[in-house]
Design a binder for this molecule. Sequence first.
Ligand SMILES: [Zn+2]
Length: 477
Amino acid sequence: MIRSSSLFKVDAKGRLRGKKLVDRSRSWKENRSITIWPGPGPPFLSCAMSSVKILSLPNELLLAIVAAGRELEEGSVAVQQLKPEWTCSQVCRRFRSVIVGAPGLWTLIDLDLHSDALADIANLYFTRSQACILSATLRESEDIENDPLVAEQLSVIVPHIHRIRQLRLFLSADSQIALAPLRHVNASNLERLEIRNTVDAFSANVELFSAGAQMLRFIGMKGITPHFPVPWAAALTHLELRRGEWRSSEGSSWGATLAAQCPSLAHLSLNMVDISIGRLHLPCLKFLHISLLDPDVADHGHLLAIFGLFDAPALVEFTINGPHADQILVLFNSTTLPHSSFPALTSLTFVSISCGCDRIPNDALPITSAPPLFPLLSSLSLIHQCFMTHLAAGVVSSLHTWPVLKTLTLCPPDGEPVGEVCDTLWNACRSKPQVLPKFRLPASLLARMKDREDEEDEKSGMDTELFDPTELINSFD
Ligand SMILES: [Zn+2]
């Protein structure tokens, strides 16, 4: 298999970089530069030489160009209508012979589950890729819901499931029905599985690969949840469950079941967590990303109780969506948890995408020192958090007690005036002799800080960096 990376690199603008193109044919003797432009269609070849004929392209370079086009395509969520291996192989007989004879160019399979030609296209890729390991993406058109033929269409990959290393499914049909062909098969080379069901009504708990998937390490699911127990769960290291339907085994909580089935997890993302999931003992867990289910604004200890669910002594990063400011204050003032501790936690992020509270309780605790529960905390982020100014003021006024804090990220909610937060930071910088952390701020707050410097005609002395929270906020979708 010839891969473009063995000859060239494609830079961020889609240009081939790396080994100099030395032409060995008469047409290429002037050795001009070649550029591949990315885009919705096949790679577009541009050449400075007007005299060059594309049909004189050496085989090696032709294969490299098609491979580069496939690399641009790999991982893309959007459907690419024109595949480079497909379109380039139809240019002429020689191109067809060269490309069809390169099995490594037929290993990225992307199929429309509503297409009448699905079986023919799939079999063409399965044949031309010979024995190569595959990456397969199968999608339903979003405008057709609950097509009864989806399961039948999906079954076309079953005879070749042992060759698939990465499988991505985008569904809008009932997952229980659509995924039936994958229920009892053995996916012996599958390492990464992503399934998204875009229709809320079809959220489901689905049994998959009951015959085995011993290489499977990564699962990302939206709208469905894997049914446990399965024989391959013990080796999972990465599990993302968005909008899933969680069911516990009889007599045990869902969290305890998950932790018992997947003791090797290093990365766990769960949307919608409440106390009822039960405690999770996860000794290898390093990254935890959760969203709270309807956190009770009147329950000041709710966030503390959520932290108490996770017995994860190796945890390094914890991102949590949905807490209220007074619940954060309770957490920061707590000294111990009965069953949990966070001795390795260095990064803590609070996000509040849609908080409905409008006032902080009169009996809310202050922040007078660094939180005792997190002795190694070096990065604290408050993203669209309610009562941001109150929390920021507490942190910056007690910075002398946060000896290892290196980064403080503050993003006020959209539409909220940033003047108060700006004043808080400005005053902290003017009055505090200790070393300040780096401040990561959104563009609006950075602009306000600059205006303040101009008004005062002096520099703040703050070490600042632009921070855009969009990607983080979208990760809770
Ligand atoms: Zn709130």
